[in-house]
Design a protein around this ligand. Structure first.
Ligand code: PLP
Ligand code: TYF
Length: 398
């Protein structure tokens, strides 16, 4: 029956973990997938998450289904975190929100909603973007295209190209924006550049569609990382927002996320939410409850939330320290290249500027694994492996 089914290619990012696992070398380094590791290279379950789970276990909750749009206490607290409790859209009760299967599920629900209700099916993605973006939107029936984002020469933002492409796009086009810590480049617009982007988006009647997978995780501050989202809302944009708690709460496999749309009125919000339910029902009926309960236990308790915020900052700070250590080690080895971008880029990833061939050499000669676009996951660097990593990068880039 399935004789004609062809072998598909592996996921460009998750496939690296498989190559890494096959490598027998003891000092191998995995800088492929973006998942946080502590300084011993181990996955982390945050103490605030463990505390929340203990509380949940003690309260003997039942395992009944959540509503179609999820646990309402969770979606409320997730919205507060992203938009800010004082946000006008929350005060005026005009945010339509649904719990989702992490950030990917949020993107997919958003894609399905646009396909069904947005006049244009085109969506502009930054070039480059997270590898899964185009696939998710294509699967939703949209047509992803790109706008200029990254300048290879400066290893920075191609701001002029970005503005020009947004201006040249047809009025009313959906534009995907990484809210903070752009994946894969680690290059974000400055606050002033965000203001200019907001103006162009407004003048063109484009639809701003934010993906926020790293709130708090980029800078260590929830507010700073939410700047773009909150600024656009203040400017009157009716944005879409995808949230993920995979990184900032370390809830990767629990699949905790939210999708929201700013409506014009409370009445419009109700209509939108009714359509979220119609989209969700034939896909998965209703979302999983455990992770959302963990997140809402943390966000709903002032003391536990403060503890979590400190833990998020610890993770962000460790990555900032590893960036500095990597740069210091490269310079100490006598590398004559400019590595300023290693510390100026933010978040979980660094776009090193290494070529595909150099990446291959890193894997073959040094057992150092990362994606072929030269992206390294900073979370995979530790004080124990940074020296060898710098040496490897130096040798392949001389
Ligand atoms: N969007 C971006 C930019 C990401 O980097 C990721 C991956 O971490 C996601 C969305 C979605 O991740 P998840 O579905 O695990 O929340
Ligand atoms: O870019 C990354 O590494 C993270 C994790 O199919 C990820 O966003 C990667 C690939 C994938 C799902 C998550």
């Amino acid at each position: 029956t399935w004789a004609s089914v062809k072998m598909g290619p592996p996921d460009a990012i998750l496939g690296i973990t498989e190559a890494f696992k096959k490598d027998q070398y003891e000092q191998k380094i995995n800088l492929g997938v973006g998942a946080y590791r502590d300084d011993a290279g181990l996955p982390v379950v945050l103490p605030s998450v463990i505390e929340a789970e203990e509380r949940l276990l003690k309260s003997c909750l039942d395992k009944e289904y959540a509503g179609i749009t999820g646990i309402s206490n969770f979606t409320k607290l997730a919205a507060d975190l992203a938009y800010g409790e004082e946000s006008i859209v929350l005060k005026e009760d005009r945010l339509a929100v649904t719990q989702t299967i992490s950030g990917t599920g949020a993107l997919r629900i958003g894609g399905e909603f646009l396909k069904k209700f947005h006049p244009s099916t085109k969506i502009l993605l930054p070039q480059p973007s997270w590898a899964n973006h185009a696939a998710v939107f294509r699967s939703s029936g949209l047509q992803p295209e790109t706008y200029r984002y990254y300048n290879k020469e400066t290893i920075g933002l191609d701001f002029e190209g970005l503005i020009e492409d947004l201006k040249n796009a047809e009025d009313g086009t959906a534009v995907l924006l990484h809210a903070c810590a752009h994946n894969p480049t680690g290059v974000d617009p400055t606050p002033d550049q965000w203001k200019q982007i907001s103006e162009v988006v407004k003048a063109k009647g484009h639809f701003p569609f934010f993906d926020m997978a790293y709130q708090g995780f980029a800078s260590g501050s929830i507010e700073r990382d939410a700047f773009a989202v909150r600024y656009f809302v203040e400017q009157g944009h009716q944005i879409a927002l995808c949230q993920s708690f995979a990184k900032n709460m370390g809830l990767y496999g629990e699949r905790v996320g939210a999708f929201s749309l700013v409506a014009e009125s409370s009445e419009e919000k109700a209509r939108i939410e009714s359509q979220f339910k119609i989209l969700v029902r034939p896909l998965y009926s209703n979302p999983p409850i455990h992770g959302a309960r963990i997140a809402s236990t943390i966000l709903g308790d002032a003391q536990l939330k403060a503890q979590w915020l400190a833990e998020v900052k610890t993770m962000a700070d460790r990555m900032i320290t590893m960036r500095q250590l990597l740069k210091d080690n490269l310079e100490a080895l006598g590398s004559t290249q400019n590595w300023d971008h290693v510390t100026s880029q933010i978040g979980m990833f660094c776009y090193t500027g290494l070529s595909g061939e150099q990446v291959d050499e890193l894997a073959q000669k040094w057992s150092v694994y990362c994606t072929r676009d030269g992206r390294i996951s900073i979370a995979g660097i530790t004080s124990g492996n940074v020296k060898r990593l710098a040496q490897a990068i130096h040798e392949v880039s001389k």
